[in-house]
Design a protein around this ligand. Structure first.
Ligand code: GDP
Ligand code: IMO
Ligand code: MG
Length: 422
């Protein structure tokens, strides 16, 4: 019996999809526990590239069961497009992909509401992905949501009640919209969804665990986007932290084993909100270009900056991270020196903890020598340059958790496991 969790420690896009795919052969089940099609998880192998939004990243490795948990919000239209594309490329999903009856449905009007609320916020807008995430979770919490399991019982009525309520709100906001196309695709999505197995995922997962099976839980977004612990209000609407796997799948906390915390060797953020180590200079542009830092789903340019160890330490604390995974090391291959933020300056005073509000804090950096070596073809840690090992040791010392996996390129094969003593 084993439940491990892999989650992002920054503002998302750390490379979760790639590593879940790499780790999948070690597990029987892969399960998503929160978020929805705001996620874009990229996988590359055998010269192919896939971007997953709602489907777990364990779908490509053998016949592993993949579960969309109760904590996820699902848009049937986007799900259909995603699943059909995978099926067209030869990946059979219907038997292996199970969907929780308790997952909430993103309605067409949730997407319109997302846009309307953003427009109403003006300059203070969050910069959401526009997928209806916030309004869907709002309905869940206010006990007005429509769930996957409702598709099987009195669905038309439940849909009509929710839609009418949303239309009232949109009217009060004076927001113009046209639902025709969205609604058509959505109902086609509902029909398509019916071909999948709807499950009580909490029973399924706990049943598998009692048979001795192992589960890998796949996080979406990142800890800095968590509704409670992220840079509120510039966050997503779910618990992206470790505890989210318990509520989003029905797994008791005492069943959790390893918590893999994943981070980039630098830092990015997409959408609005504070980002203490953001770079507005040539170095920032260089990271963006070398790292191809454009959103996997929206294509939006990601804001880039140096690694923020104050924020990372905070994320490691709230997530209970036991193993670290460092991604995109290769993006820094050509840099002469590399900076890492070790403290913040607030009103002239230096602090080393993550405060209530990070707006306006100034980063305090240490500068380390770069390795100036192409790492993309390396196969083992024995090949790591001295300066890279020094960078890893520095991070481990600062963060207090070992870096177990290093990624040196987007491909499945460009992943190096470290066998250092713990
Ligand atoms: P996720 O949302 O956490 O799954 O991450 P995304 O897929 O949104 O963004 C990560 C991007 O970095 C994708 O384009 C990956 O193909 C790419 N990537 C992942 N690992 C590496 C790496 O080690 N090096 C480089 N250069 N790219 C990587
Ligand atoms: P993955 O899983 C990066 C950001 C949005 C916005 C904020 C709220 O690929 O790492 P939402 O649509 O969730 O209400 O938007 O959260 N955001 C992400 N940023 N990666 C993601 O997912 C994200 N999902 C949401 O840009 O700032
Ligand atoms: Mg992503």
């Amino acid at each position: 019996m084993k439940v491990d969790i892999l989650l992002g420690l920054q503002w998302g896009d750390e490379g979760k999809g790639k590593v879940v795919d790499v780790l999948t052969p070690r597990y029987d089940v892969v399960a998503r526990f929160q978020g929805g099609p705001n996620a874009g998880h990229t996988l590359e192998f055998e010269g192919q590239k896939y971007v997953l939004r709602s489907i777990p990243s364990g779908i490509f490795q053998g016949d592993k069961v993949n579960i969309i948990g109760n904590g996820v919000v699902l848009d049937p239209a986007l799900f259909k497009a995603e699943a059909e594309a995978l099926e067209a490329s030869g990946h059979n999903l219907k038997e292996r992909l199970h969907i929780s009856k308790k997952a909430h449905l993103i309605l067409p009007t949730h997407r319109i509401l997302d846009a309307a609320y953003e427009a109403a916020k003006g300059d203070a807008k969050v910069g959401t992905t526009g997928k209806g995430i916030g309004p869907t979770y709002t309905d869940k919490i206010s006990r007005n949501g429509v769930r996957v399991g409702d598709i099987l019982h009195d669905f038309d009525k439940k849909y009509a009640v929710a839609k009418a309520r949303h239309e009232q709100i949109l009217k009060s906001l004076n927001y113009e919209y046209d639902l025709t196309e969205l609604e058509k695709a959505w109902f086609e999505g509902i029909e398509y969804l019916k071909q999948f197995r709807f499950v009580d995922s909490e029973h399924e997962i706990n049943g598998l665990l009692s048979e001795g099976k192992s589960v890998l839980c796949e996080g979406a977004q990142g800890t800095m986007l968590d509704i409670d612990f992220g840079s509120y209000p510039f966050v997503t609407s779910s618990n992206t932290v470790c505890a989210g796997a318990c509520t989003g799948l029905g797994i008791a906390p005492n069943k959790i084993g390893e918590v893999y915390g994943i981070f980039k060797a630098y830092c990015t953020r997409v959408g609005a909100g504070p980002f203490p180590t953001e770079l507005f200079d040539k170095t920032g542009d260089q990271i963006c270009t070398l790292g191809h830092e454009f959103g996997s789903v929206t294509g939006r340019k990601r804001r880039c900056g140096w690694i923020d160890l104050v924020a990372l330490k905070y994320a490691i604390m709230v997530d209970g991270v036991t193993k670290l995974i460092m991604m995109k090391s290769d993006v820094l291959d050509s840099f002469e020196t590399i900076k890492a933020c070790v403290a913040y300056k607030v009103n002239g005073e230096e602090i080393d903890y993550f405060p209530f509000d990070i707006e306006g804090v100034e980063p305090v950096y240490v500068e380390l020598p770069g390795w100036q070596t192409d790492m993309t073809k390396m196969q083992s840690e024995d090949e790591f340059p001295e300066e890279f090992n020094a960078y890893l040791s520095f991070l481990e010392e600062q963060l207090g958790v070992p870096v177990k996996i290093v990624s040196v390129g987007p491909d499945r094969e460009q992943t190096i496991e470290r066998y250092t003593e713990e």
